[in-house]
Write a protein that binds this ligand. Sequence first.
Ligand SMILES: [Zn+2]
Length: 282
Amino acid sequence: MNFSKKGAISFVPDNAGLELALERITHLAIVAHQDDTEIAAYNGIAECFNNKNKWFSSVIVTNGAGSPRTGLYADFSDEEMQEIRAKEQNKAAVVGDYSAQFQLKFSSSEVKETNPDAVIADLIKIIKASKPEVIYLHNLADKHITHVATAVLAVKAIRKLSDEYQPKKVYGCEVWRALDWMQDDEKVVLPVAQYDNVGAALISVFDSQVSGGKRYDLALRGRQLANATFYASHSADDCDAYTYAMDLTPLITNKELNIKEYTLKTIDNFKNDVANNLDTFI
Ligand SMILES: [Zn+2]
């Protein structure tokens, strides 16, 4: 499969061949950076792990340039760092039994400003060839601007596809902003407790980030556990760990729905809830 950028990677961990690897995909994550998949979309990884009929795959849109580095990695050049991060992502694909791992190698500025059409074209190729049932994206209120750009481009790519290629569900998941603030009846609650040893191994594979100064391994598990415990105040936890997501499916089923207004409505609902509670007492 030819992509826009020369260094783009298609990796099939079990050497099944790219054609078969694409055909069998049922769950697909499309995210900005290496390790975002494992933070945002572990629900899909666990759903497909050890399952003969379901296959997870991941698309990393950027090249991972400009990531923070300390300790062991302090002296690495930007190019060396990009190479390490790409290798780490492929290691995760092995650990998580992914069907395929794609790394499209766009720079952040290409995604955000200069080359969005090429990103959309590459995403359309992958989605058309794989017809996933579920797609995991960044949530549209994420605070990392490259995450937001990637999610919007993915929504635009899916909208360009005819009905036969449309996924059944599209979720916007948590990375650089949790979704605890969303109303309970709006948020999608995705269980992430299954195979927690695999989940721990997956995020720990990204050593250049974790021992490079960011304890994503601890923070991710902490958020997932906190989500489960603080989800409902009056009932016992029936699952130990959750990721929250925005349901982005309406943006696909209704192509005219305004992406910004759809997102802001969620924020308005939060605002109204806080206001109503306070109005009761003030
Ligand atoms: Zn990221």
